[in-house]
Every structure is written in structure tokens, then in C-alpha cells.
Design a protein around this ligand. Structure first.
Ligand code: EPZ
Length: 453
């Protein structure tokens, strides 16, 4: 099944499952042999991008917040470390029956998010609003740029200042303080997902009413609002572009189940389409995937939806279709890389336009090395298909680019070795086990420890 080379390298997954935490070596690789259609059923995990703000929301109360359906991914572990460093108590368990975390922020000794942690996960800036609202101060490292773009937080800062926060930036940190935030009318200059979530959380404990306009409408924002209301907040309109929050004096603990990961579900749906498979993607929320279904219909993929699952039947005759990324409910930027892999197998020319991030085509270079015919023109990628993809040694550059390389490897002739799969471990739970469960030939190679002499 695998070449001699990869068998030699094959050391299996060094998955040091310490207690309840999963620790993955940083330099794992995937070896994938293409050609198998994906058949059967794959179960989707909880949404990373809903779990991260929900964990930050626990900072708003001194009572326990219990979150279920937490995905077992690297970014959750990073957030656990972030909360522990502030003095929170965090229980995180991935036993068979539960993927659950219990977070209690009774005493917050240090309302800070250090550079060491923020540099590994930009979403750490989600603690800024909650810390300001709960503790009256916050010291959060400015996020570092990442592979897909500059990722500034200027909008978060501007809008928190409109709530009365005093904010300065020095030595690479945001220093923020506010005796008590005061409700205000705020219009976001640009639609920002974590900006909406940060301000939503901050406003729950502000004095008076806050109206947020031009908000992000992603399902993860609505899920956060649902948790906040269970905690005693008074939020209306989340999921639309206008959100009203009536501030309260105190929030209580709550129990909440995180929504399914729509990007993981979509990634597997595209994998089923690409490999000419017959795949049942279960435990997802089809209503979150309308833009994807519309595009896959245009490409010639058959989709059947049930209440919490999607059946995708691949086709050998995929047709090219242009795609433009937009804020929700438009086609998600987090699916652009995966769609590009699909476009290499579609007959004709697909023009992909990336409207959200300024540098989100890193995967294109590696897809070309595997046989893709792709030309980048600024924010547009022109993909000419169908081309035969051949296995190669490739490098993952960011979370969704990694997923794109896995998809291409599933249809490539021969063997692909993907390096730096720690990127994919940030947002996909056990992707190799899930793919193997539906027929893919994929192995994880642990880091090769130098021989001791
Ligand atoms: C969230 O990032 C997601 N992350 C991203 O998913 C996703 O790609 C992105 O939204 C867009 O949908 C989480 O939810 C944890 P933005 P976020 O603020 O909030 C600019 C993944 O793969 N902007 O909506 O950081 C920004 O540069 C990740 O799971 C400012 O200019 O994205 C971008 O061009 C990747 N100033 C645009 O807005 C700001 O203060 C949208 O970014 C904030 C954002």
C-alpha cells in the first residue's frame, strides 16, 4: 500500500495522549496514496471557530461554564493554556462519551494574553473584550501576521474605545482599561467575525444598551450569542447584521453544546465529490452550507441533505464554475483553498476571487507542483482543468491550505508526503483517522527522532 520509502519512515502516530490532553509532535507528516473513492459515513466534530469564542466567554462570569462537543484540535489546547495563565480553572476531557470542557474563572490573577501564546493563535485576541468587561483591564499581545494576511485588530480596538475603553499600544501589546464599559451605537467599518464576537462579549456587562451594526452573520456568532443568553445576557439579532445588547451587572455559569463545524463538513463533502465517492457526512448542519451546495450543483455534484447529514455522490464529469469568497452567507473564504483543489479536476476554466484576505493563495503553488494549472492574478486565481495530479512532497503553509493539499493528494497518482501538518491539527480533529474510515490511504508519520550515537 505504501512505498518502501514511506514504510521506512513509517513510525506511526506518536500521539502522546497525556491524561486528557492530546499532544501532537510539531513535525508530523502525512503520506497519502491517491485513487480511492471515499465511501461510507464520516462524523463531523464541533466547530473550532465556535468553541474558541465560547471558551473566552467563560471569562465573563465567576461561575462554571460547561461546553460540550469541543473539537480535539490544537487551537483548543492553546486556548486552555491561555485561560490557565490568567488563573482560570480548566477541565478538558475527550473521553468516548464527551468532548467537554468546564471552565471556571472565579479568580483571574492576570488579565493578560502573552505574546508566546498569541503568536501561535490570532484568535487569542478574543479575550480582550471579556477581560475588559469583567476585570476593567486587559493586556493582550498584538497578533503577529499570519500566512494568509496581516490580520490587524484595529477595528476591535476602535470599537472598544467607543464603549469607553482607554487603549494604548506599547511594546507589541494592547493595554486596555475601563472602570465600566458604557453602551454605545457602533458601526463596524468592515465586517469582522472575531471583531463582532469581541464587542458582543464586551457589551454584555456594559452599562446600558449597545447596538452593533454591520456585524458578521456567521453561525458561530449566533452560537456565541446563544451561550451568552444562557449565561443571563440580553442579546438580540445575532446572526443578522444588527445586534442589540442590553448590559447586565453579572453573568452566571451555563451549559452549552457547540455547533457542528461547517468548514470541516464542507471539506469532507468536497473530498467525496473530488474522489468520485459516495459519502455520508453526518452530525453537520446543512443549513450552514447553502453557498457551498449552490456551487457544487453548478459543478455537477449530486447532494442530498437530511436534517443533520449530507450525502454527496461524486462525478467524473465535474464542470468548471467561477467562485467569489464573501462574508457569510456568501461562499466562505475558509473553503477557498479546498474549492481550488476541486477546480483542478473540473473541465474548463474556474476563476476564483479571494475578497477577504490579501494573501490566501499559498496552496496554489503546491497544487501547481502536483500538476494543477493555476495562474495567480492579484486577488484572482485562474484554474484550468481537468489536469492529472501526481503525488509529490509538499509543504502545508496554513490550516485550510493544508486541507487543500490533502484533497489534491486523495486524487493524485502515486504518493504525496505533506510536511508541517501541525497546521491541519489546529482545526481538524483526527482527520487521518476520519479519512481512513471512509477508504482513504493516509498515514501520519511522527517526527523522525535523531539516532542517539
Ligand atoms: C475569523 O477570523 C475566522 N477565525 C477565520 O477562520 C475566517 O477566515 C475569518 O473569520 C473570515 O471568515 C475565527 O473565527 C477564530 P475577520 P477573523 O476579522 O475574525 C480584516 C480558519 O481557517 N480586519 O472576519 O480574524 C481582516 O484583515 C480561520 O478557521 C481588519 O482589517 O477574520 C480581513 O481582511 C482563518 N481589522 C477581514 O477584516 C480588524 O480589526 C475579515 O477578517 C479585523 C479584521
Amino acid at each position: 500500500m505504501f512505498s518502501v520509502q514511506s514504510k521506512f519512515l513509517l513510525t506511526g502516530r506518536i500521539n502522546r495522549n497525556i491524561g486528557r490532553r492530546l499532544v501532537l509532535p510539531a513535525m508530523d507528516k502525512f503520506v497519502i496514496r491517491g485513487g480511492n473513492p471515499l465511501l461510507g459515513t464520516v462524523r463531523i466534530s464541533g466547530a473550532k471557530n465556535a468553541a474558541l469564542p465560547a471558551m473566552a466567554a467563560a471569562l465573563l462570569t465567576d461561575e462554571a461554564v460547561i461546553l460540550e462537543n469541543i473539537p480535539q484540535v490544537r487551537d483548543i489546547e492553546t486556548t486552555r493554556k491561555l485561560l490557565l495563565a490568567m488563573g482560570a480553572e480548566v477541565e478538558l476531557g475527550y473521553g468516548r462519551a464527551q468532548h467537554r470542557t468546564t471552565i471556571c474563572c472565579r479568580q483571574l490573577s492576570a488579565p493578560e494574553a502573552s505574546y508566546e501564546l498569541v503568536k501561535t493563535m490570532r484568535a487569542s485576541t478574543l479575550v480582550l473584550g471579556p477581560l475588559l468587561a469583567r476585570c476593567g483591564r486587559a493586556r493582550v499581545s498584538l497578533p503577529v501576521g499570519c500566512a494568509i494576511g496581516a490580520r490587524p485588530i484595529d477595528l476591535h480596538i476602535q470599537c472598544l474605545e467607543k464603549l469607553g475603553a482607554k487603549i494604548s499600544q506599547e511594546h507589541g501589546y494592547v493595554e486596555a482599561s475601563a472602570k465600566r464599559l458604557k453602551g454605545a451605537e457602533i458601526v463596524f467599518d468592515k465586517i469582522t467575525v472575531t471583531g463582532t464576537e469581541d464587542l458582543l462579549m464586551a457589551s454584555t456587562l456594559a452599562e446600558g444598551e449597545t447596538v452593533l451594526e454591520n456585524c458578521a452573520r456567521e453561525p458561530e456568532v449566533a452560537d456565541l450569542a446563544s451561550l451568552l443568553n444562557k449565561m443571563g445576557a440580553r442579546v438580540e439579532g445575532a446572526g443578522s447584521s444588527t445586534i442589540r445588547i442590553l448590559g447586565v451587572d453579572k453573568l452566571r455559569g451555563a451549559k452549552h453544546r457547540i455547533i457542528p463545524d461547517r468548514i470541516e463538513a464542507a471539506t469532507f463533502i468536497i473530498a467525496g465529490a473530488l474522489t468520485d465517492g459516495d459519502l455520508n457526512v453526518s452530525g453537520c448542519e446543512p443549513s450552514h452550507l447553502a453557498a457551498l451546495f449552490e456551487k457544487l450543483h453548478a459543478v455537477g455534484v449530486k447532494i442530498k441533505t437530511l436534517s443533520d447529514s449530507v450525502r454527496v455522490e461524486g462525478s467524473r464529469e465535474l464542470k468548471a464554475a467561477d467562485m467569489i469568497t464573501e462574508e457569510y452567507p456568501g461562499f466562505p473564504t475558509d473553503l477557498q483553498a479546498q474549492y481550488m483543489a476541486l477546480a483542478t479536476q473540473a473541465e474548463g476554466t474556474s476563476v476564483i476571487t479571494e475578497n477577504i484576505f490579501e494573501n490566501r493563495f499559498m496552496h496554489a503553488l503546491e497544487l501547481v507542483r502536483m500538476g494543477g494549472n493555476i495562474r495567480i492574478e492579484g486577488r484572482r486565481a485562474v484554474v484550468r482543468g481537468k489536469t492529472t495530479m501526481s503525488g509529490a512532497a509538499v509543504l502545508a503553509s496554513d490550516l485550510r491550505a493544508s486541507a487543500s493539499l490533502v484533497l489534491a493528494a486523495l486524487v493524485a497518482e502515486g504518493e504525496t508526503i505533506i510536511d508541517r501538518v501541525y497546521h491541519i491539527d489546529r482545526g481538524y480533529e483526527n482527520i487521518e483517522e476520519k479519512l481512513r474510515g471512509v477508504g482513504a490511504q493516509i498515514r501520519r508519520l511522527g517526527e523522525i527522532l535523531p539516532k542517539r550515537h
